[in-house]
Write a protein that binds this ligand. Structure first.
Ligand code: NAD
Ligand code: UFG
Length: 337
């Protein structure tokens, strides 16, 4: 029996595939390379010394999905495939609703028809909206998302919850990620954004390597200790290990469960800049800029449910997150080419 990993060539998917292979699972990767490169598959093999099947396919293509299910015995799906840029989702809302929501509905339908009813889904802390106070807990109300990307995660969570109501064979684990950064210790896989990065850590690493002149710190007048935005950064390898734990439980349970994957600690933008400077042994140029539209002051998790039920907690601190992000960027200045 195999685990199908959609979006397995991407940032979080590739790290999770490494940990799944290391834990002894047989995996099959599906990706359309909308935001990744075939080189990442080579590196997963290089890091693990293990082989796996790969299908270049789109999750909206029911025929291609049916072929995968006909040719393989698939026990569960870890579903990473999706588009994830907040600004792009605002300019191309239909593309996001189609890719993320229609794609997930298509995937669940083919899974159901083939008797495969177990899914781990990549959700996001963004579903908590802007009204809940941190630390954020799984039973807080969701919704009030401020962009189409966040809304796709909110809708998909609800679709997956509904799916588990009439059919008790379905089991879905929704994982709400906080802010994944860092990279595999080897420096062989990591985040490889297209164009100018929108997220903080890849922006910092590109300033450090000289590709960008300075970081814009988006707002220093938030009600936080130093005025800059506070987030719960989590090492991508910890996140990957959280998926292995979630899968272990999902394979023996049904129904829909939701878990935060975060560290429970909040760091400000300037905390991250200073931690990075220490890890990389260099100064990072930055300027204070206006607030970014849609940003909230503070967002961090209560990760205790994942610890209690999945037996998972994040092990890496901000120092290692910065060291590993920097190793990845400095060893791969042009990403995965
Ligand atoms: P990523 O873009 O690196 O990986 C997503 C992968 O899915 C890519 O390889 C892309 O080519 C593939 N893909 C996209 N649409 C597809 C389709 N229609 N068919 C087949 N493959 C498709 O992103 P990531 O950071 O690894 O994120 C993985 C998942 O986690 C996404 O669903 C994302 O929304 C979610 N998430 C990410 C973050 C984050 O900050 N990185 C935070 C919360 C949630
Ligand atoms: N920031 C800057 N300058 C930059 C980029 C970011 O100061 O150039 C600041 C932001 O204002 C924020 C913090 O750095 O305070 C983190 O910003 P990111 O863009 O790295 O992350 P976000 O918290 O905005 O969003 C991320 C993902 C979303 C996801 C969300 C919650 O990008 O997809 O986490 O999971 F929904």
């Amino acid at each position: 029996m195999s685990i199908l990993v959609t979006g397995g060539a991407g940032f979080i998917g590739s790290h999770t595939c490494v940990e799944l292979l290391n834990a002894g699972y047989d995996i099959i990767i599906l990706d359309n390379f909308a935001n990744s490169k075939p080189e990442s598959l080579k590196r997963i093999k290089e890091l693990t010394g293990k082989d796996f099947k790969f299908y270049e396919a789109d999750i909206r293509d029911a025929e291609a999905l049916q072929k995968i299910f006909s040719e393989n015995k698939i026990e569960a799906v870890i579903h990473f495939a999706g588009l994830k840029s907040v600004p792009q989702s605002i300019s191309q809302p239909l593309e996001y609703y189609d890719n993320n929501i229609a794609g997930t509905v298509c995937l669940c339908d083919v899974m159901s028809k083939n008797g495969c009813k177990k899914m781990v889904f990549s959700s996001s802390a963004t579903v908590y909206g802007s009204k809940n106070p941190s630390p954020l807990k799984e039973d807080m109300p969701t919704g009030g998302t401020t962009n189409p990307y966040g809304t796709t995660k909110y809708f998909i969570e609800n679709i997956l919850k509904d799916l588990c109501v009439p059919d008790k064979d379905w089991g879905v684990t929704i994982l709400r990620y906080f802010n994944p950064i860092g990279a595999h210790k080897s420096g062989r896989i990591g985040e490889d954004p297209n164009g100018i990065p929108g997220n903080l850590m890849p922006y910092i690493t590109q300033v450090a390597i000289g590709k960008l002149p300075h970081l814009n710190v988006c707002g220093n007048d938030y009600p936080t200790p130093d005025g800059t935005g506070v987030r719960d950064y989590i090492h991508v390898v910890d996140l990957a290990l959280g998926h292995v734990k979630a899968l272990e439980r999902l394979l023996r349970t049904n129904g829909c469960e939701v878990y935060n994957l975060g560290t429970g600690k909040g760091y400000s933008v300037l905390d991250v800049v200073h931690a990075f400077e220490k890890a990389a042994g260099m100064k990072v140029n930055y300027k204070i800029a206006p607030r970014r539209e849609g940003d909230i002051a503070c967002c961090y998790s209560d990760p205790s449910k994942a610890k209690e039920i999945l037996g998972w907690e994040a092990k890496y601190g901000i120092e290692e997150m910065c060291e590993d992000s920097w190793r990845w960027q400095s060893q791969n200045p042009n990403g995965l080419n």
